[in-house]
Design a protein around this ligand. Structure first.
Ligand code: PHE
Length: 454
C-alpha cells in the first residue's frame, strides 16, 4: 500500500514541525488567551491542561494510528480499515469541516495581514485610545475590498505551499516558519513579563480562581483542546499518513501536544502581563488581540517592533494551520479521485475562497451576511457549525471507531509499528474506549441542549 507518489515527511522532526504547525494557530494565540481571560485565568488553564491530557492526547493518537496504518486521507483511512460500511461518512464530515473551517479561518487570518501592514507602517507607534482602536478594527474588517483582498492573499499563500507537496512544500515551510515563530514568541514573552506591573498578569494566568469556573468553562476548555490540537476532522489522520514507518510515533505525537500546549501558555504570557501593565481588562473577549493590544503597544518600549513581531507571529501561526486545513481536502482528492496535487491545490483553494467571501463580508461589509441567521454573522455561524459541532462529532466518532470497531489493539500495533513502545498503553486504550467518548458526548449534549457553543 505504500505509495511513494503520495509523499512522506523526511523524518520525525519534519512531522513534528508540520503537525505542531497545524496545531499551533489562531487557536493558541488569539482564542486561548481571551478564553482564559473570560474564564478566570489560571482556573481555565488547569481545566484546559486536564482536557488536553485526558481527551486531546488520546484522540490525537487515535487519528495518527489510523493515518499511519492506512497511508490514506481522512475518508480513505476509514475505507481501507472497514470497507463497505458507513464509517467513511465520518471522513467526509472531516473533509467538509476542513473546507468549512478554512473558509472562515482564512478571513481572520487575513486580518492579521492587515494588522501586520499597519504595524509595519508604524501605525501602532502613537498613542491610541480604545475608541480609535475600535474604529480601526471595525473599518478594516468591515471594508469589503480589504477583507476580501486579505482573505484572498492568505489563501494564495496557503495554495502556493500546499501545491509544493508534503516534504518539499509543507515540511519545508514548517521548518522555516516554526523556528521563527518560537523565536518571536520567546522574545515577546520575556519582554512582556518584565514590563512594570507585568507580574500581576503572570499571576492572573497561573493562579487559579475557581470561583470563576462554571459548567460553561469546562465545555469551553474541551472545545478549545479539540480545536487547538486540530482534532476531529482528519488533519492528524492525514499528517499521520505521511509518517515514515521507521520513526517513533508515540514520541512524535506527544511532542506535538507539548508544543501546542506550551505555545498557548506562552501566548498567555505575552498577553496578560502587557494588559495588566497597561491597566486593561483581561476579559475583553475576541477583540483582545485586535482591539485591546493596539492600545498597549505605544506604552511599551519599542512598541512598533513589538507590534510588528506580534502580528507576524499571528500570521505565521495561522499560515501553518491553513496549510493543514487545505491539505486535508487536497489529500482526499489526490488519493481518492486521482487528481494531481497541483490541480487539487488551485481548484480547491479557489473554491474555498468563494465560500469565504460571505464570511469576509459578514463583519460589516454586507448586511445580509452580518446578521445572517439568529442575529449571528455568517462567519460566526461557520465557526459554530464546523469549528464546534463538526469537530466534536468527528472526535466522538473517531474514539468510538478506534475504541470499538477497529479496536485499540490494532491502534496500538500501528502506533508501535516501528518497535517503539507506547507509554501508558492500557491507559490510552481505556480512555479511548470510555472516558473520551463519554466526555465528548456530554459536551455535545450540553451545547445542543443549551444552544451554547464554546
Ligand atoms: N489548530 C488550529 C489552531 O489552533 C486550528 C485548526 C483546527 C487547524 C482544525 C486544523 C484543523 O488555530
Amino acid at each position: 500500500m505504500a505509495n511513494a507518489s503520495r509523499g512522506q515527511w523526511s523524518g520525525r522532526l519534519g512531522f513534528i514541525l508540520a503537525a505542531a504547525g497545524s496545531a499551533v494557530g489562531l487557536g493558541n494565540i488569539w482564542r486561548f488567551p481571551y478564553m482564559a481571560g473570560e474564564n478566570g485565568g489560571g482556573a481555565f488553564v488547569l481545566l484546559y491542561l486536564a482536557c488536553v491530557l485526558l481527551i486531546g492526547l488520546p484522540v490525537l493518537f487515535s487519528e495518527l494510528a489510523m493515518g499511519r496504518k492506512t497511508e490514506r486521507n481522512a475518508v480513505g483511512a476509514f475505507r481501507a480499515l472497514v470497507p463497505n460500511t458507513w464509517w467513511p461518512a465520518v471522513g467526509y464530515l472531516g473533509i467538509a469541516a476542513g473546507f468549512g473551517i478554512l473558509a472562515f479561518y482564512s478571513v481572520v487570518a487575513g486580518w492579521t495581514l492587515g494588522y501586520l501592514g499597519h504595524a509595519v507602517l508604524g501605525d501602532f507607534g502613537a498613542a491610541m485610545t480604545a475608541e480609535q482602536s475600535n474604529a480601526l478594527f471595525t473599518s478594516l474588517i468591515g471594508s469589503p475590498t480589504q477583507a476580501i483582498a486579505y482573505t484572498a492573499g492568505f489563501l494564495l499563500l496557503t495554495i502556493l505551499i500546499v501545491r509544493g507537496g508534503v516534504s518539499s512544500g509543507i515540511e519545508r515551510a514548517a521548518k522555516i516558519l516554526m523556528p521563527a515563530l518560537l523565536a518571536i514568541l520567546i522574545v515577546l514573552a520575556v519582554r512582556s513579563v518584565t514590563l512594570p506591573g507585568g507580574m500581576e498578569g503572570l499571576s492572573y494566568l497561573l493562579k487559579p480562581d475557581f470561583s470563576k469556573m462554571t459548567a460553561g468553562s469546562v465545555m469551553a476548555a474541551l472545545g478549545q483542546a479539540l480545536f487547538s490540537l486540530s482534532l476531529g476532522m482528519g488533519a492528524m489522520v492525514t499528517y499521520g499518513s505521511y509518517f515514515p514507518k521507521r520513526e517513533n510515533m508515540p514520541f512524535a505525537g506527544a511532542m506535538v501536544a507539548v508544543a501546542d500546549t506550551s505555545i498557548a501558555i506562552l501566548a498567555g504570557l505575552i498577553m496578560f502581563p502587557a494588559l495588566f501593565s497597561a491597566g486593561l481588562d483581561p476579559a475583553a473577549g475576541p477583540g483582545l488581540v485586535f482591539v485591546v493590544l493596539p492600545t498597549v503597544f505605544n506604552s511599551l518600549p519599542a512598541g512598533t517592533l513589538f507590534a510588528i513581531a506580534f502580528y507576524a507571529l499571528l500570521a505565521i501561526a495561522a499560515l501553518t494551520s491553513t496549510i493543514s486545513l487545505l491539505e486535508v481536502v487536497v489529500a482526499y482528492f489526490v488519493d481518492e479521485r486521482g487528481w494531481k496535487r497541483e490541480k487539487a491545490a488551485w481548484v480547491l483553494g479557489s473554491v474555498c475562497f468563494l465560500i469565504a467571501v460571505p464570511s469576509a463580508l459578514s463583519q460589516g461589509g454586507a448586511d445580509v451576511f452580518t446578521s445572517f441567521l439568529f442575529d449571528t454573522s455568517f462567519l460566526d455561524i461557520q465557526n459554530i457549525i464546523w469549528g464546534n459541532y463538526a469537530l466534536s462529532i468527528g472526535a466522538l466518532a473517531t474514539c468510538l471507531f478506534v475504541g470499538w470497531k477497529w479496536t485499540v489493539g490494532k491502534g496500538l500495533e500501528s502506533l508501535e509499528a516501528s518497535g517503539h513502545v507506547m507509554p501508558l498503553r492500557s491507559a490510552w486504550a481505556f480512555v479511548v474506549r470510555f472516558l473520551s467518548p463519554i466526555a465528548i458526548a456530554i459536551v455535545l449534549g450540553y451545547i445542543v441542549l443549551t444552544g451554547q457553543y464554546f
